[in-house]
Design a protein around this ligand. Sequence first.
Ligand code: RUB
Length: 306
Amino acid sequence: MLESVQTTAKKIKRLEVQGARNVAIAAIKAIETLSRETETKNTEEFLEELSEAKEILFVSRETEPLMRNAVRWIISQVEKSDKKRVRELAEIVSSASQQFLKNLEDSREKIAEMGAKRIRNNSVILTHCHSSTVTYLLKKAKQEGKSFEIICTETRPIFQGRVTVKEMLELDVRTTLIVDSAARFFMNQADFVLVGADAITSEGNVINKIGTSMIALEAHEARTPFYVVSELLKFDPVTMYGDYERIEERSPDEIWRNHPKNLIIRNPAFDVTRRDFIHGIICEEGIISPHSVIEVTHRKYPWVFR
Ligand code: RUB
């Protein structure tokens, strides 16, 4: 029964599903499919199966609190229900999943509406990696008739920048691709930087694709505003209670296949950008300072802290 969950987890691990939001959506759908097809006979077995599914999904990528918050919330709806029949519990999973997805959709819309206002005609925006939330915001600005330019880093080692580039060209946006190390060279040409997020910590620091923090430092030095575009549900509550956000380390083969023996290759997928370098977080509650992230998340999603 857990096969479909295993398949989704493999796709997430291999980056066939990429970006925090898409990872969360895939995990939610896998949980929903599992509960629709389950052969468990009672509440205990059903909850046990959901818990196993949760573990499989959580280890597929360790720096993905949006996925964890989503799956935890959906399972909590089942746990607090007084229904006893598996079919009824499965229906709860299904409606909770739909509700969560709808909330994600609404958040993305609000983020895009507010963020697009920051884009003026002829703005030049630098971005890193591929964030579906960032590209949705840019699409919104384009639909509003704004004409702007984008500079994308290629994003070694997996080249997610090429995904961004293709989406921008489809929108007919003037697009320039640069190597990651050219970000400082072009920073003075950018009006601002927009990047996505995988995780937001209780201190207001942001974890995103490796290289993001370097770009933030460069933006700071060049006095170019650096914005993070993110749903608040990327907040990770464990960081509030002492744990650090774990940073996924991926295979060295992504960097160099058939590399010389005895060579050490390190391949962290993400890095931490300190709040001091973040101009603002563009989220569903507005454009906020990283300092207020706990307060705003707590007001909007109190259950995250339970
Ligand atoms: C993707 C990445 C994205 C965030 C946000 O890394 O760092 O900026 O996940 O994306 P990877 P979104 O390619 O390793 O998944 O806005 O789509 O949630």
